[in-house]
Design a protein around this ligand. Structure first.
Ligand SMILES: Cc1ncc(COP(=O)(O)O)c(C=O)c1O
Length: 383
């Protein structure tokens, strides 16, 4: 990739490749059996489309996914299910998570463990509750109380780790033993099976979008924006939209100070972004790209861009005008497109990404108002 500016806010890669899409045929049937499963809405966003200067923008609204305000439960539930099967053998027939819990009883006590900067940990805690397991969730020291309370409300034990999200990841990894299953969305040396299933679990989002676009006569997207923490969601996006025959351009977005993907692209190898990570985009405050994600991001992202908090706030307000409640991390993908297509990088970005006034864009709004007080403040314009 070549730098767009100095210091580069954006990288463009004209040599992206395609990746074979591998998707477990059981995935959608699995998610359908979880309480409250419904495809999340795919909505048109005319205000955002006007701001970006494109024909249409579709927003996949993940503010209400299986009873939680973020998409993460898709990966957490599938990875936990697959890991339990890998450890204890296949489950017998089941219709609800309660049936799975009954089959797990003879293996108790078991505790699910993970680090989180909010949404993934809450999702793991919910899965543990469904399955009758314990949950021990490790969080960075700067997590806002609203997010901690939301995880505790799932019945989990929350441990505040001195330091950043990355230090919480290391502390979670040390807890692994026969009674403590680590369900992490990021990978490390020797730990890739579970994070691989997390990525696979996100595939339901794209299956739903394909069906929703087909049903509404919508065109497949030319450009897809995805916000990045450790890069697991972006990997799922690349695997779907860079599969042969689809080949949309994918843009990855990070907060300026938690820019591990930007640094890795600049260095040509995984490179950390040291903390502190003070962005309001809490879910994206990660200092290390997942090693599982890295090859997909390196070769699958047509652009990567970093954004300041003010851009995320602008995107939250714009999405609200289009009827979508989108939190700080949730709106970051849209914010990245504003940075690229509506700011001073616009001419270069439009050319590099082949964006025209006729383009169709897909944005993933990955969370709702996960910090409701902050959301209300930002919408009132008081950041
Ligand atoms: C709302 C939200 N969006 C996006 C992401 C980024 O996902 P990933 O860490 O897989 O890159 C996160 C991660 O926590 C998140 O909470």
């Amino acid at each position: 990739m070549t730098p767009a500016t100095d210091p580069p806010r954006a990288y463009f890669n004209s040599a992206v490749t395609t990746f074979p899409e591998t998707s477990d045929p059981q995935l959608l049937a699995f998610h359908r059996r979880l309480p409250g499963y419904m495809p999340t809405p795919l909505v048109r966003a005319p205000h955002l489309a006007a701001a970006l200067g494109v024909r249409e923008v579709w927003v996949k609204d993940e503010s209400g996914r299986l009873g939680l305000p973020a998409y993460k439960i898709l990966g957490a539930s599938w990875a936990t299910y697959r890991e339990l099967e890998a450890l204890f053998g296949p489950f017998g027939p089941w219709a609800t998570p309660g049936d799975l819990a009954a089959q797990l009883r003879r293996h108790l006590p078991l505790t699910l463990v993970t680090a989180t900067d909010g949404n993934h940990g809450r999702a793991v805690a919910r899965v543990a509750r469904w399955l009758g397991l314990g949950a021990h969730i490790l969080v960075p020291q700067d997590m806002v109380p609203a997010r901690i309370h939301a995880i505790e409300a799932e019945g989990a034990r929350v441990e505040v780790v001195p330091g950043t999200y990355d230090e919480a990841v290391a502390a979670a990894a040390r807890l692994a033993d026969a009674r403590h299953l680590v369900i992490s969305d990021t990978a490390w040396a020797g730990y890739t099976r579970v994070p691989g299933w997390v990525i696979e679990g996100y595939g339901t989002i794209f299956r739903e979008i394909d069906a929703q676009l087909r049903a509404s006569g919508g065109r497949p997207p030319d450009l897809v924006a995805v916000q990045m923490g450790v890069g697991a969601l972006a990997t799922a996006v690349v695997r779907h939209y860079r599969a042969p025959g689809r080949e949309a351009r994918v843009v990855g977005v990070e907060p300026t100070r938690a820019d591990c993907v930007r640094r890795s692209l600049a260095a040509g190898q995984p490179t950390g972004a040291p903390g502190p990570h003070p962005s309001i985009m809490a879910g994206l405050n990660c200092g290390q790209v997942s090693p599982l994600a890295w090859p997909f991001l390196r070769d699958g992202l047509s652009a990567s861009v970093v954004i300041p908090d003010a851009r995320a706030e602008e995107a939250m307000r714009l999405l609200a005008r289009d009827g979508v409640t989108s939190g700080e991390s949730g709106a970051a993908g849209a914010a990245g497109l504003l940075e690229l297509l509506a700011g001073e990088l616009s001419a270069q970005a439009r050319e590099a990404l082949a964006v025209t006034p006729g383009s169709t864009v897909l944005v993933l709004s990955t969370e709702g108002a996960t910090d409701p007080d902050a959301y209300a403040r930002i919408l009132r314009g008081e950041s």
